[in-house]
Design a protein around this ligand. Structure first.
Ligand SMILES: Cc1ncc(COP(=O)(O)O)c(C=O)c1O
Length: 485
């Protein structure tokens, strides 16, 4: 039996809330704004509570179950980060308030810029970008501005490995760069010979994800960067996978010129669901002047008695403003809390556990699933979701069957260089029992694929929605709160 919608539950006269008696004079609405009927459902408070609680439980969430969605880092985010982001002084300030009334907020952003730059080994940072992809766009704009400033107008080519996330070529193309694909070698590294054959004085830069989307740290990363630098290009780091190397190594020290983080992965904001993200961008010394406008700086130094005065400053050759106000401030508060609570040791510990957990599961699963790049991984690993001797079963079937066991499917069909890819990221926040249960379920599914393949083909059997038409779900998404008449 399907559950009624909130509109079907409506019954005239039922009330969840009573409006207080108005204590201000009534004023007529401007013409054109009045409506005879407001089509709100009429339900009691109990019905509303049950309805929304039930809806919230239809979704899989990190608070209810394991979520090994590779490259999305669905780790548990401590609730303290939510609590601090709701502190009134943070949550109820307005970006247009005079700077002297929001010194605490400016202090937090200034310190966060410094923390993020230090973690990555960079000279400065902007907090403005709204997501990883937005950070990439900012990086590509800075690379463009840097070459233009030097009169290097012929530098129009951006190299992008074939394992990269789709946002890398997309954002570079938006800036007007010509996208040049770069091959991956048999060990999952950048193919050095291919790289050497592609660099010349038209090279603007390379966008490199490290660890890459195979979950592998490029064994030749310093050489890769040197080849690009020697040819006059800049190296952009897609730092979406930074959670694997926090406190262990620093991309800025390795030679990357620019890097973005996904605060909504590495620094404790839930990722996914289309909610707000944040993709701060860090830069090396030579790119500081090109940062978006404004950054938070110290306007007046403090002394023993007085704190410094914080304010907004414009970098000398800025690419301009790229986001309204200062980015997603609530997410900055969460990241600041997370980093402050963990400290340097805690961040390193998180990275080491993320890597340990992934390697543990990889070792347990690689006998039953093909591991195309068979070497120790970082925070995630990619298996093939098919078997030559089990015709008809594909990665999607395995992913859907996991739902029946109460586990969110891993990322599938990405990266594109692995056939029927299943990209698995356990994160550092899961315990040994959860990792073991996932392994056990995956082994069971591998067995079911041989003995009862229809169980996989028709999965999920117990979810509220069975197999959706994924194309339609993306292209004809219905986000309507009113029923269609
Ligand atoms: C490797 C990589 N780069 C870039 C992105 C884009 O980040 P966002 O979704 O925040 O735009 C992602 C997102 O998952 C990613 O995994």
């Amino acid at each position: 039996m399907t559950e009624p919608t909130i509109f079907e539950m409506s019954s005239p006269g039922r009330r969840g809330v009573k409006m207080p008696v108005s204590d201000v004079p009534e004023v007529a609405l401007p013409k054109g704004f009045e409506r005879q009927e407001l089509n709100f459902p009429e339900i009691s408070e109990l019905e509303a509570v049950r309805h929304f609680t039930r809806l919230s439980q239809l979704n899989h969430a990190i608070d209810t179950g394991f979520y090994p969605l590779g490259s999305c880092t669905m780790k548990y985010n401590p609730k303290i980060n939510e609590a601090t982001s709701r502190i009134s002084g943070f949550a109820n300030t307005h970006p247009l308030q005079p700077e002297d009334t929001v010194q605490g907020n400016l202090y937090l952003m200034y310190e966060l810029q410094k923390m993020l730059a230090e973690i990555g080994g960079f000279a400065g940072a902007t907090l403005q970008p709204a997501a990883g992809a937005h950070g990439e766009l900012v990086g590509a704009l800075m690379i463009h501005a840097y070459h233009k400033d030097r009169g290097d107008h012929q530098r129009v080519r951006m190299l992008i490995p074939d394992s990269a996330h789709g946002t890398n070529p997309a954002t570079s193309a938006m800036v007007g760069f010509e996208i040049v694909p770069l091959a991956t070698d048999a060990r999952g590294n950048v193919d050095l010979e291919n790289l050497k054959s592609l660099v010349d004085d038209r090279l603007a830069g390379l966008m490199l994800t490290n660890p890459n989307t195979l979950g592998l740290f490029d064994e030749n990363v310093e050489e890769v960067i040197k080849i690009v630098h020697d040819a006059g290009g800049l190296v952009y780091g897609d730092g979406a996978n930074m959670n694997a190397i926090l406190g262990v190594t620093q991309p800025g020290k390795i030679g990357f010129d620019i890097l973005h983080y996904n605060l909504h992965k590495t620094f404790s904001t839930p990722h996914g669901g289309g909610g707000p993200g944040s993709g701060p961008v860090m830069v090396a010394e030579r790119l500081l002047d090109f940062l978006p406008d404004p950054v938070v700086g110290i306007i007046e130094e403090g002394d023993d008695e007085n704190p410094p005065l914080y304010g907004l400053v414009s970098p000398a050759k800025t690419i301009g403003r790229i986001k309204a106000f200062h980015g997603h401030f609530g997410i900055h508060v969460r990241a600041f809390t997370y980093i402050s609570m963990l400290g340097a040791k805690g961040l390193r510990d998180a990275a080491e556990k993320a890597v340990l957990n992934a390697n543990y599961m990889q070792e347990k699963l690689k006998g039953s699933y093909t591991l195309p790049y068979d070497r120790s991984c970082m925070h995630e690993f990619v298996l093939e979701g098919f078997w030559d001797d089990v015709p008809g079963i594909q990665a999607l079937d395995i992913a859907k069957r996991l739902i029946d066991y109460g586990i969110h499917p891993p990322t599938n069909y990405f990266p594109l260089i692995v056939k029927e890819a299943l990209m698995i990221e356990p994160t550092e926040t899961e315990n040994l029992e959860t990792l073991d249960r996932f392994v056990e379920v995956m082994l069971k599914i591998a067995e079911e694929a041989r003995t009862q393949p229809e169980l996989l083909k028709n999965a999920p059997h117990h979810a509220p929605i069975k197999r959706a038409d994924e194309l339609k779900a993306a292209k004809e998404l219905v986000l309507r709160c009113y029923p269609k008449y």
